[in-house]
Design a protein around this ligand. Structure first.
Ligand code: NAD
Length: 476
C-alpha cells in the first residue's frame, strides 16, 4: 500500500487525515494521500517565500536552467516508472502515460533553455532619460492541477514558473497526486533547493481553497473546471492576485468536402477518445460538410468499432474513466444521446477489463442539433457528436455556438478558406489540416470565453510568470 505525505520545505510531512487512492482500472484502493489542512498550506507558502528570498532566489537564471535541465534528464530516465505510476493512478493506457512523462521532460528542457533568455527592454524616451524594463518573478506562485494530465500540466505550469525564478506551491488533484509527489522526489535529487517547489495534497474545497485564498501567494495558475475556476479567481481577487485560468472546452474539428480525409481520420477520432475523452482540448464536436457527411460517418464508424477499452496496464486504445461519479455522469449524457439520436458506432469493452473498473465504451452520435446539451456541454468522456453543415458561414456559426473557445481544427485543401476560418473561430489554438500539432510545448495555449484566460506553454508563459518593472533614470 502506498502511503504518501506532504512535501514542504524539502521535508516529507505526515498529517493525521488521509484520502484513499483508487486504481480506476480495478476500483481497488491502492494507498492513501495526506489531506493537507489550511495550516499545511500556510507552511508551504512560508517555505516558498523563504526559498524565494533565500537559496533559490539567489541563483542566477543560468543556474536555475541547469537544475531544470538535470531534472529533464532524470524524468526521461524514469519515464517508464512514472508512466506505471500514472497508469495506476489515472487509469491512462501505458503508452499515453509514457507520452505524458516525456512531455514533462521536454517542458523541463524547453524552460531550462529559456530561463536565461528572458529579459526586459530599453525604451527610447526624453533626451535626458534612460528607460528600461525589468522582468521580475512574482515571488510565490500557486498551481492547482486537475487529475487528467498531472505530469503535462505540472510541466507547463510549475516548470515555467520555476524557470522565471518563482518559488512554487503545487496542489494536485485528490484523484491523482502520485506523479506530482514522484516529481518532487526527482526535483530534490537533482538539487532543486528546499522550498522552491512544495506539494500539498488534499481535498479541493479545503486544501485548494486555502491556497487560492492565501494572502502570501503572488500568482495563481488554475487548471480545472469552469465552475471551480470562477471560485478560485474570486478568492485570489480578494488579495489582488493575478490568475491564469485553464478551463474546459467543447472543441470542434471542421471537415470540408475538399479535405484529405485519409489524413484527417485518425486525428478526428483520436482527439476525441484520447485519455478516454477526459481532455480539456478533446475534439468532442465534428462538424462535417453535408456533401461528404454520410461517407465520412461510415469511415468514422469503422474506426469506432475497432476501439478497444480495457485496463491501463493492457495499453489498449481507451482506459477507464477516473472515478465512479465521472462514469455515472458520462453514462447519463450517453443515455440522453441515445434517446432520439442516431448512434453510428460504439467501441468495445474487452472481456479482460476488471469488473470494478470505471469503463465506458466510446460512442459516436450523428445528427446532433448544435443547441443540444450533447453539442454544448463538456462531457469529459469518450463521446463525440457529428453535426452536418452546408456553408462556411454555417460552420463558423456552429463552431462558435458554445460558451467555450479552447482549440479548433479545420480540414480543407483551400488555403484561403483555412485562413478565413482561423480568423473567424473563437479559440485559443487553431489547427489547419492537423489537430494538436503533437502537443508542442513551444506553442502558447489557453482559452477564450468559459475556457479561461491567460496563456501557458511556450515563451508566453514566462511573461505570465513575471511582472514588468519600468525604470526611468534622469541623468541630465
Ligand atoms: P476541478 O475543477 O474539479 O478540480 C481541479 C483542481 O481544483 C483539483 O486539484 C481540485 O482539488 C481543485 N479544487 C476543487 N475545488 C476547489 C476549490 N473550491 N478551491 C480550490 N481548488 C479546488 O476539475 P477536474 O474535475 O479535476 O478536471 C476536469 C476539468 O479540468 C475539466 O473541465 C477540464 O476541461 C479541465 N481541464 C482544463 C485544462 C486546460 O488546460 N484548459 C486541462 C485539463 C483539464
Amino acid at each position: 500500500m502506498i502511503e504518501e505525505k506532504l512535501f514542504i520545505a524539502g521535508r516529507w510531512t505526515h498529517v493525521a487525515s488521509t484520502i484513499p487512492i483508487e486504481d480506476p482500472s480495478t476500483g481497488e484502493k491502492i494507498g492513501t494521500l495526506a489531506a493537507g489542512r489550511a495550516s499545511d498550506v500556510d507552511a508551504a507558502v512560508n517555505a516558498a517565500a523563504k526559498a524565494y528570498t533565500g537559496a533559490w532566489g539567489k541563483l542566477t537564471a543560468a543556474e536555475r536552467g541547469r537544475i531544470l535541465m538535470k531534472m529533464s534528464g532524470a524524468v526521461a530516465a524514469k519515464a517508464d516508472a512514472l508512466a506505471d505510476l500514472e497508469a495506476r493512478d489515472v487509469g491512462k493506457p501505458l503508452k499515453q502515460a509514457r507520452a505524458d512523462a516525456l512531455a514533462l521532460s521536454r517542458y523541463l528542457e524547453f524552460y531550462a533553455g529559456a530561463a536565461d533568455k528572458l529579459h526586459g527592454e530599453t525604451i527610447p524616451y526624453l533626451a535626458d532619460y534612460t528607460v528600461y524594463t525589468l522582468r521580475e518573478p512574482h515571488g510565490v506562485t500557486a498551481h492547482i492541477v486537475p487529475w487528467n494530465y498531472p505530469m503535462q500540466i505540472i510541466g507547463r505550469s510549475v516548470v515555467g514558473a520555476l524557470a522565471a525564478g518563482n518559488a512554487t506551491v503545487v496542489k494536485p488533484a485528490e484523484e491523482a497526486s502520485l506523479t506530482a509527489l514522484a516529481f518532487a522526489r526527482i526535483a530534490q535529487e537533482c538539487g532543486l533547493p528546499d522550498g522552491a517547489m512544495n506539494v500539498v495534497t488534499g481535498i479541493g474545497e479545503e486544501t485548494g481553497a486555502a491556497l487560492a485564498a492565501h494572502p502570501g501567494i503572488h500568482h495563481l495558475s488554475f487548471t480545472g473546471s469552469t465552475s471551480v475556476g470562477a471560485l478560485v479567481q474570486a478568492a485570489a481577487g480578494r488579495n489582488a492576485v493575478p490568475v491564469t485560468l485553464e478551463l474546459g472546452g467543447k472543441s470542434p474539428q471542421i471537415v470540408f468536402a475538399d479535405a484529405d480525409i485519409e489524413r484527417a481520420l485518425p486525428f478526428l477520432v483520436n482527439a476525441g477518445i484520447q485519455n478516454a475523452g477526459q481532455t480539456c482540448s478533446a475534439a468532442s464536436r465534428l462538424l462535417v460538410e453535408r456533401k461528404i457527411y454520410e461517407p465520412l460517418l461510415e469511415k468514422l464508424g469503422e474506426r469506432y468499432r475497432a476501439l478497444r477499452v480495457g485496463a491501463a496496464k493492457d495499453d489498449l486504445d481507451v482506459g477507464p474513466l477516473i472515478s465512479a461519479p465521472q462514469k455515472k455522469r458520462v453514462e447519463e449524457f450517453i443515455a440522453q444521446g441515445k434517446n432520439g439520436h442516431r448512434v453510428i458506432a460504439e467501441g468495445k469493452i474487452e472481456a479482460s477489463a476488471p469488473r470494478g473498473g470505471h469503463f465506458v465504451a466510446p460512442v459516436l452520435f450523428a445528427d446532433v442539433a448544435p443547441e443540444h446539451t450533447l453539442a454544448r456541454d463538456e462531457i469529459f468522456g469518450p463521446v463525440q457528436v457529428v453535426i452536418p453543415f452546408d456553408t462556411e458561414e454555417d460552420a463558423i456559426r456552429i463552431a462558435n455556438g458554445t460558451d467555450y473557445g479552447l482549440v479548433a481544427g479545420v480540414w480543407t485543401r483551400d488555403g484561403s478558406r483555412a485562413l478565413r476560418m482561423a480568423r473567424a473561430i473563437h479559440t485559443g489554438q487553431m489547427f489547419i489540416n492537423n489537430y494538436g500539432a503533437g502537443g508542442g510545448v513551444e506553442l502558447p495555449f489557453g482559452g477564450t470565453g468559459r475556457s479561461g484566460h491567460g496563456r501557458e506553454k511556450g515563451f508566453e508563459a514566462l511573461y505570465a510568470f513575471t511582472r514588468l518593472k519600468t525604470v526611468a533614470a534622469f541623468h541630465g
